[in-house]
Design a protein around this ligand. Structure first.
Ligand SMILES: [Zn+2]
Ligand SMILES: [Zn+2]
Ligand SMILES: [Zn+2]
Length: 605
């Protein structure tokens, strides 16, 4: 890597390196050629570990190598104007020095506005000053200028150089973002400590604050906070990211793979040993190399990670982008997962051998679903009418009990208000399956309608997809073609219209307890936890009195909303506040004093 020995970030005074135009001291990068033990998966000896740790790591040293000055306004001129006299001269000298590092190359700032960069050897061409410039305000200024002038003005070589420049800037932006999150976390931890010495605050409130601020889901914000924590812990990774030598993906790989190594010295030593090569590795290769090294240096940590993850074993079901669905078991015992996989394979192969014509992958998927719904895979053979047309290989173990197939329970159908008024059943969503296209919905609805024991919930949605009314029915419309059809069925339903704007409190009940019918309506109005961006299904949430009952809050739809455990906890943390100024509209205030309004998650209607 040509720029490995030029980039700042590992220099003694990182601030000087981050200053635009100032030439970084050519400090020896810890882990640069010669001093680094063979990385790429080779095991480190204890002595090497100690040496690495001593060379590049000081746990007391907080990561403070990011430039806090902010971007200059008005390019290099504007930035220079903000500098004290003596620093201004150094700034221009440094800028020129960067520009002159390649003989015969025009100084970058000579390419003023209106001047078209052309030919080889200008800034972003291979080996040019800008091609090698570390990310920061100056690179950003030049990259902006080149973009502004028109990418069509650039040679291929320069275009690729500019692409790399933006990638380095993105890396730096990620490092700066993580530093902001770290700082916010440090403040919140200090506040919690001051209130409650010795009590370790959970990550929930910090993740929620970040999620609200950046409009992220809880999962995405959680990943970001984890990355920030990891970068604060793994200094070599933070430095490499801030210097644009690795990108966010690879930083996240370091964070993931070293998360299981609790000893900060060992984790940092592994990071230091790998960071030099990480710039030349793709993320998957880096992951492999890191995993090998963790296994050889800290095998017990890797085993612990597997055990911990096993406690999060689960089955996930969610819609695919295509409108189909995912059904997957996660964090399963590997030997049992392999055995199950082989059985699916055997059954699919058996179908193939007995005349099934579909590709094996598709047959596998059919077998998988068939086994889970309690069917007999033999029924999947062409011409087979239902189960057991031929004898499929007997499953090892007891046969599954319960109904042979079918869907049971509550059927949730969503109908746009306009469609409702037109009396035309066109479901936009079937509960639990997310948005589905019309035909999938209708097919599902038909299967559900066929069973009279299913309970029906019909939600009527307004123009923006918000629930405006809801009806529950004991019996469905019956299978398609039933006399009277859906029109008659719909017209018999009693619709509960939600309170909008103000509240008449007509559904309020005395006491703290919430009547099941009201609880059901609240969870229809709010399908998810009422924190902005939280996707936790309302049925897995508590119904919370926005103003506590003991403080005079009503048990009414104007004072109730679902809250997941994390956000219930947030609401109770000092500095947090939740209001419901009108039924269903929630206003959150975070400890920073910022306010976020969250309306109920709309239905895709
Ligand atoms: Zn209902
Ligand atoms: Zn009310
Ligand atoms: Zn939540």
């Amino acid at each position: 890597m040509a720029m490995a020995d030029r980039l700042p970030g590992d220099a003694a005074d990182p601030r000087s390196a981050a200053m635009p135009g100032r030439r970084p001291e050519s400090a020896a990068v810890p882990g640069s050629e010669g001093t680094r033990p063979a990385a790429s998966g080779a095991a480190l000896t204890a002595a090497e570990l100690a040496a690495l740790a001593a060379a590049d790591f000081d746990p007391a040293d907080d990561d403070r190598d990011l430039d806090p000055e902010g971007p200059p306004e008005g390019g290099a001129d504007g930035f220079a104007a903000t500098l004290p006299e003596e620093e201004r001269a150094a700034f221009w000298a440094g800028l020129n020095e960067v520009a002159e590092t390649r003989a015969g190359e025009p100084s970058p700032e000579l390419l003023g506005s209106g001047c078209t960069p052309s030919g080889r050897g200008t800034g972003f061409a291979a080996g040019g000053a800008l091609d090698r410039m570390p990310p920061g305000a100056e690179l950003a200024w030049h990259a902006e200028a080149f973009w502004d002038r028109g990418l069509d003005q650039l040679s291929d070589d320069e275009l690729v150089g500019l692409l790399g420049g933006w990638r380095r800037l993105a890396s730096r932006a990620t490092a700066a973002e993580a530093a902001c999150i770290s700082e916010l976390g440090r403040r919140r931890a200090a506040q919690a400590e001051a209130r409650n010495p010795g009590r370790r605050a959970g990550m929930g409130p910090l993740v929620s604050e970040v999620a609200a601020a950046l409009t992220l889901s809880g999962v995405a914000a959680g990943r970001l906070v984890m990355l920030a924590e990891a970068l604060a812990r793994l200094r070599p990774v933070a430095v490499a990211l801030a210097a644009g030598r690795i990108d966010e993906r690879r930083a996240a790989v370091f964070a993931d793979e070293l998360d299981c190594v609790p000893d900060i010295v060992t984790a940092s030593a592994i990071a230091a040993a790998m960071i030099g090569d990480a710039g030349r590795m793709t993320a998957p290769r880096l992951r492999q190399a890191l995993r090998r090294m963790v296994l050889s240096v800290a095998p017990e940590a890797a085993a612990r990670r597997r055990e911990q993850a096993a406690r999060q074993a689960r089955v996930e079901c969610y819609p695919e982008a295509s409108g189909n669905a995912v059904l997957a078991g996660r964090e399963l015992p590997p030997e049992e997962a392999a055995a199950a996989d082989q059985r699916v394979d055997r059954l699919a192969q058996w179908l193939k051998d007995h005349g099934a014509e579909r590709p094996l992958a598709e047959l596998r998927a059919q077998v998988y679903l068939c086994l889970l719904t309690g069917g007999d895979p033999a029924g999947l053979l062409p011409g087979a009418d239902g189960p057991a047309a031929a004898a499929a290989p007997a499953p090892a173990g007891p046969a599954p009990a319960g109904p042979a197939s079918g869907l049971r329970g509550c059927v949730t159908v969503t109908i746009p208000l306009s469609t409702w008024l037109g009396r035309d059943l066109a479901p936009g969503e079937i509960g639990g399956f997310g948005a589905a296209d019309g035909s999938a919905c209708r097919e599902l609805a038909a299967r559900l309608a066929a069973d009279r024991r299913n309970r029906w919930c019909v939600t009527i949605t307004g123009a923006a997809g918000q629930a405006v009314g809801h009806a529950c029915a004991r019996a469905g419309p019956g299978p398609p073609g039933t006399p009277g059809g859906t029109d008659a069925w719909l017209s018999r339903l009693t619709v509960n219209w939600f309170e909008r704007g103000g509240c008449s409190h007509r559904r309020e009940r005395p006491g703290y307890r919430i009547a099941p019918a009201l609880a059901h309506l609240i969870k229809i109005r709010h399908r998810t936890c009422c924190f902005p961006g939280c996707r936790r299904a309302a049925r897995r949430c508590d119904l919370d009195h926005t103003i506590p009952y003991h403080s005079g809050g009503r048990s009414c739809e104007c004072n109730l909303a679902p809250l997941c455990r994390t956000h219930h906890q947030c609401k109770q943390e000092p500095g947090w506040r939740l209001r419901q100024p009108e039924p269903g509209r929630m206003i959150w205030t975070t400890p920073s004093g910022r306010r976020y309004t969250a309306d109920p998650e709309p239905y895709p209607a």
